[in-house]
Design a protein around this ligand. Structure first.
Ligand code: C5P
Length: 222
């Protein structure tokens, strides 16, 4: 049995994408960052002055929105309507608005469909909020990654400072907590640990330690 599907869910900034990328590389699997799809749609709505909470308006542009996730040496590239938006989707403007878009059921329905197509052939590591519960309920491996909000904010802070950006630890903590709140309290496919997911608390673990834990779990299942 080969080419399994690995679902990694958890709250914001828990290190899911960092770990998912390394796991995918070790297995020669494809890494799919589903958050990037919600971020790309958010960016488009912001650029086109579409009210993010107006489900009708957002739903109208969805069929006209192409989002491609392309693997590259620099990491996954996100192409929105033929434009590379990999960096733009990481701005705090997008980050602090994306959960509003992700609440809309019509948006979720469409994104889940697109994600299921991407995962069709297996051999993937997919990270998000509802992968184990909704996108790939039959995934062979399900991981739920968490860490304290203090630790998550601290990691994000150090990442921003190391990239030469301004950052504020308290503001980050508030933003992360606010996003988690919307993501876990929304009506459709809220952030939840699937009943058969294995929980990994990374608060006191290094990236390598988390990756090794996941690789052990994967080896038991393939
Ligand atoms: O993973 P990332 O932080 O980039 O996700 C951005 C946002 O997209 C999340 O805060 C959440 O609102 C939404 N999201 C989601 N379901 C997913 C992935 C992301 O609702 N599977």
């Amino acid at each position: 049995k080969n080419n399994i599907r690995i679902a990694i869910d958890g709250p914001a900034a828990a290190g899911k994408s960092t770990v998912a990328k390394v796991v995918a590389e070790r297995l020669s699997y494809i890494y799919i960052d589903t958050g990037a799809m919600y971020r790309a749609l958010t960016l488009k709505c912001l650029n086109e002055n579409i009210d993010l909470e107006n489900e009708l308006e957002v739903t109208k542009i969805l069929p006209k929105t192409s989002i491609q996730l392309l693997p590259s040496e620099k990491g996954q590239q996100v192409i929105l309507d033929n434009k590379n938006v990999s960096e733009e989707i990481r701005t705090s403007k997008v980050t602090n608005n994306v959960s509003l878009i992700a609440k809309l059921s019509s948006v979720r329905d469409e994104m889940v469909k697109r994600q299921q197509i991407l995962a069709e052939d297996g051999g993937i590591v997919m990270d998000g909020r509802d992968i184990g519960t909704h996108v790939l309920p039959n995934a062979e491996v399900k991981i739920f990654m968490l860490a304290s909000v203090e630790e998550r904010a601290r990691r994000r802070y150090e990442e921003e400072i190391s990239k030469g950006y301004d950052s504020n630890l308290e503001v980050l903590k508030e933003e992360i907590a606010a996003r988690d709140k919307i993501d876990s309290e929304r009506e459709f496919a809220p952030l939840r640990k699937a009943s058969d997911a294995i929980e990994i608390d990374s608060t006191h673990l290094s990236i390598d330690e988390v990756v090794n834990r996941i690789m052990e779990i994967v080896r038991e299942r393939v």
